[in-house]
Design a binder for this molecule. Structure first.
Ligand code: GLP
Length: 256
């Protein structure tokens, strides 16, 4: 590896110069996106700085979202996340949404199985506390970049068995003849805590979108209750707004 230098600017702390040198190298493509950084010892030798200074510089770059720590795997150059425009009027699944955009959806399962419902799930899904609920919590990724954490709950009676669910919950519901046809969604802004930030590879305290969806079958029964946390830097939710029909007709007549 060619020599890498931290040029110290006047009155700039050394760790900031080291950070600037690393940023320049990342921008130049020396460390490709999603590449793991060389080890501390190698980098501190290349930059001729102590490991303590290097650690401070790296911590600042993690804070700024340029680098990301992955537990047990090392420090990586953060990939730029795909940007998705999501219409709020379409009842589609994550897998379908990503496919439509030419991205590959994948998931990391956090929790999955048959459980007794929590009081919240029982209320939202209109089910008895003694019934079984299928719970599926996943980190959802697009082209391997974390996009959202989704915690879905579905009354087991609609699925038959937990094994019915493969990579797509909606595909499984469709196969069981229980694909939702309508949903009510509530969105609000939140800041992410440490655990969610680590999964989503964003900084703790960063803004995110908290989305609750209750989905219904054609006969009005509730089939899904999902709480999701979406990264706010990857999603724009787009809503179409229209006037009530009578007003719309009047407006259409007025322009004739
Ligand atoms: C979207 C919705 C979730 C739903 C999920 C199903 O992301 N926000 O409420 O559970 O799609 O996705 P898939 O069929 O890919 O598992």
């Amino acid at each position: 590896m060619a020599e890498l230098r931290a040029v110290r600017a006047e009155r700039q702390p050394l760790f900031a110069s080291v950070g600037a040198a690393l940023r320049r190298e990342i921008a130049s493509g020396r460390f490709a996106e999603s590449d793991v950084l060389p080890g501390e010892r190698e980098l501190s030798q290349l930059l001729s700085v102590s490991r303590t200074t290097l650690r401070r510089a790296i911590a600042a770059l993690v804070e700024d979202g340029v680098l990301v720590h992955r537990h047990g795997a090392g420090t990586f150059v953060r990939r730029s996340p795909p940007h998705v425009e999501q219409p709020l009027s379409r009842l589609t699944s994550f897998t379908e949404d990503m496919r439509l955009r030419g991205l590959t959806a994948s998931s990391r399962v956090i929790e999955r199985g048959a459980f007794l419902p929590t009081p919240d799930e029982s209320m939202m899904l209109d089910m008895a506390l003694s019934e079984t609920v299928f719970r599926l919590s996943r980190l959802r990724l697009a082209d391997s970049v974390p996009m959202a954490i989704e915690r879905a709950a579905v009354p087991m009676r609609f699925l038959g068995a937990p094994e019915a669910v493969g990579s797509s919950l909606y595909a499984a519901l469709e196969a069981c003849g229980c694909r939702p046809v309508r949903a009510v969604q509530r969105l609000r802004a939140v800041v992410v805590g440490a655990a969610e930030a680590a999964l989503l590879e964003i900084t703790e305290g960063a803004p995110a979108l908290d989305i609750h969806r209750v989905a219904y079958l054609a006969d009005g029964r509730r089939v899904e209750f999902t709480r999701s946390t979406y990264r706010s830097d990857t999603y724009d939710f787009v809503a179409e707004l229209t006037l009530p029909t009578a007003q719309r007709m009047r407006a259409a007549e007025a322009i004739r």
